[in-house]
Design a protein around this ligand. Sequence first.
Ligand code: C2E
Ligand code: CA
Ligand code: CA
Length: 774
Amino acid sequence: MSSTRRLSLVSTMYLVVGAVFAGLALLAGTTVAQVLTLVTIVAMAPAVVVALRVHRFPIAMVWALGAVGTCYVGFAVVEATMGGTGGLVLSSLIDLFANLLLIAIVAMIVRRRRGRLDGGDVLDGLIITLAVWTVMWVALIRPAVFDGGAISFERLLDATYLPFAMPLLGLTMMFLFSGRLDRAANWLVAACLTLNITGDLIYALEGTLDVATGAAAIADAMYVLTFAVGGAAFFHPTAPELFSASYQRRNVSLPSRTVVLAASLIAPITLLAIVVPANGVDVAVRASSALVLLALVGGRLFHATRTTIRTQQRLLDAARTDDLTALPNKAAMIEQTTDAMDHSWRSERCPSLYLFDLDRFKNINDSLGHASGDDVIAVIAERLQLAASALGATVGRPSADEFLVLDPSPTSEHQALSNAEVLHSVFKQPLTTSDGVVFVTASVGVATMPKGRPLSGAELFRWADIAMYRAKDSGRNCLALYHPSMQERVAQRMKVETELHGALDRREFRLFHQPIVDVASGRVSGFEALIRWMHPDGTMVSPAEFVPIAEDTGLITEIGSWALLEALTQLNTWTVDGIVPASTTVSVNVSPRQLADPSFPDTVEEAIRRSCVEPHRLWLEMTESVMVENPEIARSSLRRVRAMGVRIALDDFGTGYSSLSLLQQYPIQRIKIDRMFVNGIADCSNDRSLVRTVIGLGDSMGLDIVAEGVETVEQLRLLRTLDCAKAQGFLISHPVPAEAMRSTVAALESLAQWPEFAQVLGTDPLAGSRVGGA
Ligand code: C2E
Ligand code: CA
Ligand code: CA
């Protein structure tokens, strides 16, 4: 049998035996009852040992319980052996001490469970106590003391017990409700305490009132039950949860509290009203009791109101500030903006909003961890606040990686822009985190209140947001001032976004192909597949327009998978049809979002399998941002596709981070020099030396080099002298649709046969070979 079941069994045994004993005590007379009481008190000892050893009760608790038990044994012994006033006084004192100890024990448990004893709890307990006292006084004690004639010493002694029983009763209620109501031990302890108090009450009243003679026997039975139930509680498997600090707080809910309190007031008020006072002393006791009760209720009301107000204030503060930086949040900032605009309606000022959006903040969080991310945010908040206070502006934090500055002072857009620039310079200083120094940049949207047009704070915020997106589009880390024309762009973007959904199902995408030629031989070595969107309105949308939107919405994953399979399938068809030799490759562009999808390698594998093209004929082109933004996923995905035999090209080289370490960290086989540099190769010595350096670097690392965007013969000639391996550009061919592939290849074949190609003459011998046109 498991120890839990054993404990449950013993616990039940205590209850059963206790019930039998109580029955006996009720029937068999005082002496037997006293013996049975003693037996059950002694039976508490093993329960306390189990509580200490098995349930690991706090040792102080065990000592206190032991002391209470000793008191009760002492009480029983004194009562049985000592007579007269001396015995009476001694037993009363022992009883008093035991009750004070119990009050301390229960208060300690309640305190432990709640973490602290709330003023409201104490007041509730006191109100119930006083209410019960008032009822007792009017209904029981007063008649016993005054109507029964002279006050005997014994009656007085018994009556003094009552005020002590009341706090215990109140505490017992608090005990029960501060604990878990689904745990037996909690109920058993509450029952044990209630039985004890009831027994004491009956005892006390038996002395003061002329109650039926059976009352003493009932009290004895109650005591027997008290200890039996106490033993059952300590044995019960749920006993450890009586103290555990991790107690889930279950306060008596407000409605049930109110009901208990209201109910406890009905009886005393009614009794005070209908029972005629016996004499002056009675009036004095009633009046003072009523006054104290009133004061307590008043105090409770005050306490509740104050708690509510404080809670509301705390909630209000929390709803208006950001936790991390304690800066006002979006709602608060928008409200302040509206106020600022209302106030400057008649003045020269145009309150302005500067929305700072941290560039690529996700990277910082991902690479340094959220704790460092939080540090960075906190430092930026501090710096911005310092700079803003010099301008008399307020800083807020509308979202995780955004700061909003409300500047009430500018008198023109020009001034707003220069103020925003001052604040933007805050980002020039590096930030020190526990992981080293980082630089964080921000894109800033500036919006200024227009003159002569009422505007809400929310609208001005939206303007700043639109401008901020323009700043992001312009390459980040810069400022943009809101202009109404930006709204059109936003609307246009929304339109494209809507139409893009379903474009794949409607088969609106096409692939165009741009040849990549071998500079030395003039032969076509492969094609780059470039996507086009045939819009239902008849226009052809360039990828520059819709690919970024497809990226933002995540649609690029599906579109990219389609492009991959389509490009490979077309390559296979051309090979089978004899249009291209079996060595020709196809390059497919892969966007960061696609590579960030862990299933990307599977997509590649499936496209290769379905198209029956050898993996080494596929080049995947991607920019460095992929590797910088998601280094871990990029590394593992690229290794997997590389292992299949697929090759990887670094696109637009020179425009991004151009970190040479990437070339070592990732399995890259080709560099594509961005057309920006190829464009300047003839006229700009810087561009020329960059191209030369990249070609030299590629050679030393055994990488293939492709120059993009070759538009003039001069550029091609220079590339040849620099030993650039491959070239691609409008000079050789525009991207052409798949149907035009046969004629394009045929035209380029004749180009390769031209002897002049290799030497490149002063005239333009290639003019006739331009094919197609996108
Ligand atoms: P990219 O990968 O750098 O592609 C080369 C771009 O340069 C193409 O623009 C091409 O038409 C253009 N180009 C080629 N030769 C010349 C030249 O001599 N002069 C000039 N001025 N431009 C030249 P396109 O087709 O508009 O594509 C733009 C970008 O869209 C591509 O840049 C690529 O990043 C993206 N893209 C295209 N197709 C796909 C795709 O299937 N998936 C993904 N994710 N992105 C794609
Ligand atoms: Ca490309
Ligand atoms: Ca490119």
